[in-house]
Design a protein around this ligand. Structure first.
Ligand code: MN
Length: 538
């Protein structure tokens, strides 16, 4: 069984160690996407470059014809045009027309009968214009570059580098769709998948676009992410598995380190299991008879190295972490062994055990008390369970149930630290406590020569009104002893009598003081023949 903190830290370490596994997917996706994005953009840029190169070649061919034969429509011009069209260049036709558009002459090979799809666009930095035309012999789209020359216009027709969608798609990454358009929006060519990819909002795509230099062409590409996922799935799975294995190894290592670490939580948990939290017994002395009427069980942490840790160093911690419950359980079992014999010898002796807020939130403590002390040598009627008044009980109904259950067993209930909390008479009365333990801060108010401590006197009166017993805590001086006895307080604990003692010392003390009935004790104070002696820690 592990404590809450250890469990919590273990779970936290496990979660942190597995975080990389969760991060692998998004990271790989991100990586694959940015890779693919860069690749699509590079292909698109390449297309734009090739289109520009083709256009530049066509324009250069036209220029070379005009340089060789500047007399338009002269036989040498026609021959030069003819040679250019039939040559290896990209130009398929050369046509000379008037500024009005009326044809004047053309090369002999191709009589183009082509219509412009849209008004021509200027090419920035150049005198030529470019238009997309359709029709002609092959029925395919062509580019028409028109150059003003003298008073006339000379046009060169060049095929598109990618005259159909399939060619365009083949130039792009697999699964991608492409489109070439003029910057005025006229579409020149698209690949088959373009419409479905650009229309479906559901299909996430990567997109890229590029302009072909100063030419008014815009090349666009779309790549669906699904094409990408298929590509990277294997890498994805492989890397995920590797990271998972690594994470598990790291988590195991980290949890091992955490468990070996001597953090207070784990140390305390271990100490409880190892029985290092030992009960110490502070005698409660009857101020009238001088006998020991019982004890309060306090705890000390006896480390293996022999050092003793006082409860103030770990009690709050034990309470907030829930370790107070197993700690109390361990203490009660040890009390049963330590005091069993003594409690049989001294049936009047009481054993007061501190409980915590958490004990009062459900009835498990009743089962524990029943199973530990039922049939033991310590009678339920010898047991007193202390509730602290310092913090109010948050589950008052459950607390009532626990108190009623303790009463039913025959045990009694004491209010600890009375006067320091926020409770009032009504609260104390409804809780049904049998004993009020008056906190030491009120006892400390009794100084030499003090004749009245109104708050303390009020608490004593209140106890009387409630018909509860009173135990004064932290009695350290004889003045305090006399003051309390004068006000009818019969039981007290404190250094004046004894500190918390180990079991053997406590039992020895009880036997010494209570053993011989009627034996008068020597008093340290000469004016109080009935008062008990100051007892030194045996
Ligand atoms: Mn107490």
């Amino acid at each position: 069984m592990h404590s809450k903190p250890l469990r919590a830290v273990t779970i936290a370490v496990g979660i942190v160690a597995l975080l990389p596994v969760l991060a692998v997917g998004p990271l790989l996706d991100y990586h694959a996407r940015s890779d693919a994005q860069a690749m699509v953009q590079a292909r698109t840029d390449d297309l734009a470059r090739r289109i520009k190169a083709g256009a530049d070649a066509a324009l250069a061919t036209l220029d070379s014809v005009l340089v060789r034969a500047p007399a338009l429509c002269s036989p040498s011009f026609v021959a030069a045009a003819q040679a250019a069209v039939e040559g290896a260049g990209l130009v398929r036709a050369i046509v000379v027309s008037e500024a009005t558009g009326a044809p004047v002459c053309q090369d002999a090979a191709t009589p183009p009968d082509l219509t412009e799809l849209a008004p021509p666009l200027a090419i920035p930095g150049r005198s030529e214009q470019v238009a997309v035309v359709s029709g002609g012999v092959a029925g395919t789209s062509m580019l028409k570059f028109t150059k003003p020359f003298g008073s006339r216009l000379v046009a060169a027709y060049a095929p598109l580098l990618f005259s159909d969608g399939d060619e365009l798609a083949a130039a792009l990454p697999e699964g991608a769709a492409g489109r070439i358009a003029l910057t005025n929006g006229v579409v020149v060519v698209t690949s088959a998948a373009w419409d479905s990819l650009s229309a479906t909002a559901a299909e996430p795509v990567l997109s890229a676009a590029s302009i072909s230099g100063e030419l008014p062409f815009r090349i666009s590409a779309l790549l669906p992410l699904s094409a990408l996922a298929a590509e990277s799935r294997f890498a994805h799975v492989t890397i995920s598995v590797l990271v998972l294995l690594l994470s598990i190894a790291l988590a195991a290592l980290a949890i091992g380190v955490v468990r070996r670490t001597r953090l207070p939580a784990f140390e305390l948990e271990r100490a409880i299991r190892a029985g290092e939290i030992r009960p110490y017994y502070q005698p409660v002395v009857n101020l009238v008879t001088g006998r020991v009427s019982g004890c309060e069980v306090l705890c000390r942490w006896e480390r293996r190295d022999g050092t003793v840790v006082s409860p103030s160093a770990f009690i709050d911690y034990a309470e907030t972490t829930g370790l107070a419950i197993p700690m109390t359980l361990s203490l009660m079992k040890q009390v049963r062994e330590d005091l069993g014999e003594l409690c049989v010898e001294q049936p009047e002796l009481t054993v007061s055990i501190n409980l915590f807020d958490k004990h009062f939130s459900d009835s498990r403590v009743l089962d524990d008390v029943r199973s530990i002390f039922g049939g033991s040598r310590i009678g339920f009627n010898q047991l007193v369970f202390e509730i602290t008044e310092r913090h109010p009980l948050d589950r008052i109904t459950e607390a009532h149930g626990v108190i009623a259950g303790l009463h039913k067993l025959g045990a009694r209930v004491a209010m600890d630290d009375t006067g320091t909390g926020h409770s009032n008479l009504a609260y104390l009365q409804t809780l049904g406590v049998d004993v009020l333990k008056i906190d030491r801060i009120f006892i400390d108010m009794i100084l030499p020569g003090t004749t009245a401590v109104p708050v303390l006197d009020g608490l004593i009166r209140m106890a009387r009104d409630l018909n509860t017993d009173v135990v004064a805590e932290g009695v350290e001086t004889e003045e305090q002893l006399h003051y309390l006895r004068a006000r009818g307080v019969t039981d007290a604990q404190g250094y004046l009598f004894a500190p918390a003692l180990r079991a053997e010392a406590y039992c020895r003390l009880v036997r010494a003081l209570n053993g011989a009935r009627g034996q008068k004790l020597a008093f340290s104070s000469s004016d109080s023949p009935d008062a008990p002696a100051a007892i030194s820690a045996a």
